[in-house]
Design a protein around this ligand. Sequence first.
Ligand SMILES: [Zn+2]
Length: 264
Amino acid sequence: MLTQPSKFSQSRPYRKRISRWAIALTLILLASQGFLIWSFSQTPFIQAAPDLPTRVSASWRVGVAAIGEKPALIPTYPDAPVLFCDGVTASAQKALAEGVALLRATDEGAALYDIVVENGVCIGTQDLDFNSAYATSRWSPESGWSDSEIVIGDYYVDWLYPDVIAAILAHEATHIQRAVEGTACYYVNACTILPNGVVLEEEIVAHEAETLWWIAAYGRDGKDRAFAADVSENHLKAHYLQGPQAFRDYVREIRSDKREGEGL
Ligand SMILES: [Zn+2]
């Protein structure tokens, strides 16, 4: 009879200890989550958001982007401010500047950015229906290239994947390089034009520059924990590593969509 109450008296403090640990653990978890959200909200991208709802919605997107593997490159910010086209919001400017710094982290990327700067090409944003970005180039067979503009889809800027922005910039700057230097296939009438108007040779070279930047950033195995636009960069890289013919076929396949050029 006497042993029973003593059994209870032993188990009760034990139960209490468990619940105290559980509470402490929950508090630590909540605090660390709170800290994580707070640290996302301190990024320049979110600080530049105009109002609280925009900041909150951007915070979790930054959180998702932050889970992925980080590029094995050191962001190299240019001395002069990036030349933005008209109408680029403050938060988009922050995101694009991060992309530029990552692009400049490779020698090839830095050289491409130099061409953009030397030729006064601005970087803009636009709500694009289908394409991720595009570059315009005005040129004529007589006088060659005259001017260009790079435009990146709002979606890519909004999701703050500066690595994808850097890869896209490598692609678009390659179009501009070939237009400026007169090496593009259209100067010598040697292009394969897909039924939707896409110039195959130019896209192959531009996608190659894009994927070489991706490989410099993430190696031949690509980016771990990729969730959105970064998945397509991994796919592009995988086909590139299968050789020139596989890459050419893949570029033809992904650039044959009827929606190409919609709303540009
Ligand atoms: Zn292109």
